[in-house]
Design a protein around this ligand. Structure first.
Ligand SMILES: Nc1nc2c(c(=O)[nH]1)N[C@H]1C(S)=C(S)[C@@H](COP(=O)(O)OP(=O)(O)OC[C@H]3O[C@@H](n4cnc5c(=O)[nH]c(N)nc54)[C@H](O)[C@@H]3O)O[C@H]1N2
Ligand SMILES: Nc1nc2c(c(=O)[nH]1)N[C@H]1C(S)=C(S)[C@@H](COP(=O)(O)OP(=O)(O)OC[C@H]3O[C@@H](n4cnc5c(=O)[nH]c(N)nc54)[C@H](O)[C@@H]3O)O[C@H]1N2
Ligand code: SF4
Ligand SMILES: [Mo]
Length: 751
């Protein structure tokens, strides 16, 4: 008889939106079953961290037959899919010699470790490669993210900070909650967010959900679903402001004391003749008052509903307007974030319990965000926006500040080496896959391409060298909350490291060895020793009651949590006394008018006050004659992006399909389940269709993250929405606008 052990372990840490505790049953070195948090925690102060379907199905990723086992190098042309097994000695030689060669020939700005969010266990993922690069003179850096490019920067333009969120327990003090393009039942946005919402509802909060889709959140968490045409939220927000202004529902005291730019009297001296927010809403300059009738035409929402929700939100004693991130991954994503913050401000919901300042809403008082492996400083100061790496490969020296290049006037060369660790963002998750493939296939531009992953991903198929990383059950790690949370979760190594796989850290240490800096890189520690040292450090400096690694292990603790007794409220001090505690903005106030945006001198695309702007691919544009349907690619319950996209259970329960309304399906003669092609000038996807009234007519959804798989004609039969998306970036933050696209749908075999 073999004894089974049940080990508490953090769910492998990907960019999944949550952080949860698993209980892995391990027998003979094999996980036989996965359960979740069993701690008796049942209060809102310190709730259990219960797993979603992805954590629960993880065995089918862990034991997937396609795991990468050995280092491999490309034979034949890049992208042809042929590789041969090589030794780690040869593999690490190849990485080290290419780093040295490219550094000498082109300089450190031609080395690049791209965005990649598969590994967040604090020891591994891309950060382990960043540490190494930073020790050898640095690599081209990047700023912002695929997740939050617009929302972080735009939030800062209003409040001067990203810490605009109360701790979530405070939602229980709210009377009205708008889930604006926010879907925490299907995608995680902090473990337990949906639980706190349910508790808030139990206490009497009314919850509405504004989304083009009747999401699981609309069904399970909301009292009302308001269907909106994608990309038109600022029109709705503006009309709500119109109702508030014309019906005297603005919190004038709050606006006078804490805001700048609301009306003429509040414009900064240097801009006193420029358009104020109120001027825009009333249509003083453009002769278009932003009335509910006007917004109905744009958004499809009946005007009486617009009027009603404006009144409800403005008159609620305290209200939350929570912004999801999908609507800022769009053409003018900056505007929608700023407009949401302005509504929160003019209703006086900032700095008070039960209210919510909107924006990115990182939690007040600082997030958990532990950092194990010190990254050190990047000696290279040049940075590109994360989304523009493909431009930097293709035409690096042409990039200027107009393309978001910072820290240098001009790059001497394009990116010549990419080392993608825990990233499928080079092909599958980046926009316009067919274009991206053309860019990276060119070996005269991109000279060396390494991919380090657990699987032969879409990105890995184009690599010159593939390095097999182990999974996070096979090494040591640690994790904190995803955006929210007061916990630290341990990830002990519970399985042997199989075949020739290694942890990301060990791989980087082996490359460091070839570069002659192993000792410097590891400081003499293995993964477990780093984790132990960090726990000691945190106990000494922050949390005296934090257990040591030994205690964690002996008692099978799994998690350390800090109950929230009194939820923190963002901007509480500012509200108490704005003169003593000004915001970190130029005026010290909430900036409805943004000087930095004004100075961009692109008023049609980057207005200084939040405005509705028709998107560059829109049902109102002439492109809609050819491609009449808006396509969105939402974050999908069964996978995190492309991770777990190959897990059989999840694929069976949630097959990849295109979701389409019966009106659009009838017009095209489609039957439910039939294969259709979805196409535009950038590519074609072939998928079965799911005909459902839960999506607005004129909109189709292809959940993002499915693995691109070309047929002989180059059509994508795997169903990656990025076959259709555009590389065009947002005008102010240089962010990805992957939700903004138009396409047409036809039954297969026609057209
Ligand atoms: N299950 C699961 N959870 C995840 C992830 C995952 O891949 N899977 N990924 C995690 C990560 S890294 C991130 S960044 C977050 C992403 O979280 P989000 O970016 O918020 O997720 P999305 O699904 O893109 O968008 C949320 C909702 O916005 C709606 N939407 C799209 N366009 C518009 C619009 O123009 N207006 C309005 N009002 N709504 C619109 C969509 O229908 C969708 O229901 O999720 C995290 N959680
Ligand atoms: N059209 C469209 N595109 C999008 C989005 C969208 O909404 N629409 N969302 C964007 C967003 S918000 C994000 S965050 C990005 C996500 O894009 P990515 O950051 O590329 O995330 P994944 O696709 O999950 O790929 C992560 C990879 O890491 C690997 N991995 C997992 N664990 C480990 C590990 O421990 N070590 C190593 N070496 N590898 C590991 C996985 O196998 C997987 O291949 O996608 C973006 N792309
Ligand atoms: S939310 Fe993330 S951490 Fe939690 S179970 Fe799901 S995949 Fe794992
Ligand atoms: Mo993300």
């Amino acid at each position: 008889m073999h004894k089974e052990k049940i080990i508490r372990v953090g769910c492998p840490s990907h960019n999944c939106g949550g952080r949860c505790l698993l209980r892995a049953h391990v027998s003979d070195g094999v996980i036989t079953r996965i359960e979740t948090d069993d701690r008796p925690n049942d209060s809102v102060d310190d709730p259990q961290l219960r797993a979603c379907i992805r954590g629960r199905s993880y065995r089918h990723r862990q034991y997937h037959k396609d795991r990468l086992k050995y280092p491999m190098k490309r034979i034949g042309e890049r992208g042809c899919g042929q590789f041969e097994r090589i030794s780690w000695d040869e593999a690490t030689d190849l990485v080290a010699s290419n780093i040295n060669r490219i550094k000498a020939q082109y300089g450190n700005t031609s080395l690049f470790v791209p965005y990649g969010t598969g590994g967040y266990n604090q020891m591994g993922g891309k950060w382990s490669a960043d540490r190494l690069m930073n020790m050898i003179g640095g690599a081209l850096g990047y700023y912002n993210s695929y997740s939050w490019a617009c929302i972080t920067k735009a939030t800062e333009t209003v409040y001067g900070t990203d810490e605009t969120g109360n701790q979530r327990q405070d939602w229980l003090n709210s009377k009205y909650i708008i889930m604006w393009g926010w879907n925490p039942s299907e995608m995680r946005d902090g473990t337990n967010s949906e639980y706190f919402l349910k508790e808030a509802r139990k206490k009497g909060a009314r919850v509405i959900c504004i989304d083009p889709r009747m999401t699981m959140s609309a069904v399970a968490l909301a009292d009302e679903w308001i269907a909106i045409r994608p990309g038109t939220d600022v029109a709705l927000m503006s009309a709500m402001a119109y109702v508030m202004i014309t019906e005297d529902l603005i919190d004038n005291d709050f606006v006078n004391k804490y805001c700048m730019g609301f009306d003429k009297s509040q414009m900064p001296e240097a801009y006193r003749f420029e358009e104020s927010y109120k001027d825009y809403i009333l249509g003083i300059k453009d002769n278009q008052p932003k009335t509910p009738e006007w917004a109905e035409q744009i958004t499809t929402i009946p005007m009486h509903d617009i009027i009603r929700i404006a009144r409800e939100y403005a008159t609620a004693e305290s209200a939350v307007l929570y912004q999801g991130y999908g609507m800022q991954r769009r053409a003018y994503g900056e505007q929608v974030v700023r407009a949401g913050c302005v509504l929160a401000a003019i209703t006086g919901n900032v700095g008070k319990s039960g209210g919510w300042a909107s924006g990115i809403a990182l939690q007040a008082g600082g997030g958990p965000f532990w950092n194990v492996l010190p990254l050190l400083e990047n000696p290279v100061k040049a940075q590109i926006p994360s989304f523009l790496w493909s431009e930097a490969v293709m035409r690096g020296p042409e990039l200027t500040e107009k393309d978001g290049l910072v820290g240098i006037d001009k790059l001497p060369h394009g990116i010549k080496m990419i080392w993608a660790v825990a990233s499928n963002a080079i092909v599958n998750q980046h926009a316009n896959i067919n274009r991206t493939i053309d860019i990276i296939k060119d070996t005269s531009r991109l000279e060396f391409f390494v991919v380090q992953d657990n699987f032969m991903t879409v990105t890995a198929q184009f690599a010159d060298l593939i390095l097999p990383a182990c999974t996070q059950f096979e090494t040591w790690g640690m994790e904190d909350g995803w955006k929210y949370g007061e916990e630290l979760i341990l990830q002990p190594q519970i399985l042997e490291t199989p075949w020739e796989t290694m942890s990301d850290y060990a791989i980087c240490a082996a490359v460091a060895d070839k570069l002659g800096i192993r000792e410097k890189y590891t400081e003499g520690r293995d993964e477990k020793q780093w984790i132990a040292a960090l726990l000691d450090d945190y106990r000494e400096n922050r949390f005296p009651d934090l257990p040591s690694l030994e205690e964690f292990e002996k008692k099978n603790l799994g998690v350390y949590s800090r109950p929230v007794e009194k939820p923190k409220v963002a901007f509480e001090k500012f509200r108490e006394d704005p003169v003593e505690n000004p915001l970190p903005t130029a005026s010290g106030k909430i900036e409805i008018f943004c000087e930095e945006m004004f100075n961009r001198n692109l008023p049609d695309e980057v207005p200084a006050i939040p405005k509705y702007i028709q998107e560059w691919e829109s049902p109102f544009g002439k492109e809609s004659r050819k491609y009449p349907l808006q396509v969105i690619g939402t974050h999908f319950m069964p996978r995190m992006h492309s991770t777990l996209g190959n897990v059989d259970w999840n694929k069976e329960a949630f097959p990849q399909r295109v979701f389409i309304n019966p009106l659009d399906a009838d017009e095209r003669g489609l039957k439910n389940g039939q294969k259709v092609k979805i196409f535009n000038d950038r590519g074609t996807v072939i998928l079965p269709c799911r005909i459902t009234r839960r999506i607005l007519p004129g909109v189709v959804n292809i959940p993002q993250g499915a693995w691109w798989k070309p047929d002989k004609e180059g059509n994508d039969i795997g169903g990656s929405v990025n076959t259709l998306t555009s590389e065009r970036w947002t005008p102010f933050t240089f962010g990805n606008a992957q939700h903004t696209i138009m396409a047409e749908v036809q039954p297969l075999g026609t057209g």
